[in-house]
Each structure stands twice: as C-alpha cells, then as structure tokens.
Design a protein around this ligand. Sequence first.
Ligand code: ZN
Length: 181
Amino acid sequence: MTYSIVRIYVYYATLSDMNSDILSIQEEIFKLIGNQKRLEILLLLENRELNVGEMTDMLGLRQANLSQHLTLLRAQHLVEVRKKGRESFYTLSDDSIAVAIRTIHDFLRKTHRIDAPFDSNSLFPIVTDPVCGMRFSASKAFSHIDKNGKLYHFCASGCESAFKASVKLTNEEHFAQTVHA
Ligand SMILES: [Zn+2]
C-alpha cells in the first residue's frame, strides 16, 4: 500500500516536471512567435518551400529584416533551411506549428465575431492576370488597373494593353493605372 502510494507520487511528480518543462519551452516559443511578421512567415511557409527573394516580395520586408526573423525561427527549430548554390530555401520543420497558429486565429475570429473564414492567400495575395491567366504575387505584377474599385494585375508581356483594348475605361480609371518600375 505504502509502496504504491510512493510510486504514484513519484510518477505524478515526474509527470508534473515534464509538464512544467514543456510549458517553459512553450512560453519561449510563444514569446518568439508573438510578432506579426514571424506569424506571417510561419503561415506563409505552410506546405511549401520558399526562397528569401520570394518571401521578401510576399511579406514586403527588406532582406536584412527577414533574415533576422528567420535566424530566430531557426534557433528554435521552427524553420529549416536548404542551401542550393547561393540561394537559401526555407520550410517549416513541422507543419503543425502553422496549424496551431490557424487554430488560434479561428478562435480569435469566433471570440471577436469575425465571420470570414481564414484565408492565408489574403495575407500574401496571389493574383491572376485576367488576360493570360498567369499567377504571381501582387507585388510582382508589372502593372495594374483599378477598374470599378477592382484591381486587375498584369504580367510584363503586354497583357495590360490587350485588357484595355477589350474594356472601356473611364478617364478616372486611366488615371489610376500604375506601372511598377
Ligand atoms: Zn499576362
């Protein structure tokens, strides 16, 4: 009787130490990811591998700034890097961290009564050229036209002219056209 109580106590104490170890690691991880850009990086890398250039475009970050975030995430083993020549490609060490972030995201939508479902593309808009159907990050578009409040993005192969020839734009819409350098 006494023996089994001791045994149960030892078992309980071990379990409780383990829990407190994990909670202390969790505290560190939560501090690390308690940063909007780092949350975005982790969501961006869910189920895909991206190089530094792609990430700077999609996140609108300078490369030095992105590198700082990636170094911190790597130190906690949340992301992994693969070098190929001079390029570095990043992936999540385990996709479940992105799943956990989306779960908290969904919880917040519920508690803040935001109805729209979570859409990771809205963070890093991938747009489709309406003429040729090419898909690219909005920040990579060669040019865009704002028509009736809707943005149309175009590649560098002249699709903007084809689009303009096929629709009638008002003067105001012509004015809203932007060509990226
Ligand atoms: Zn095009």
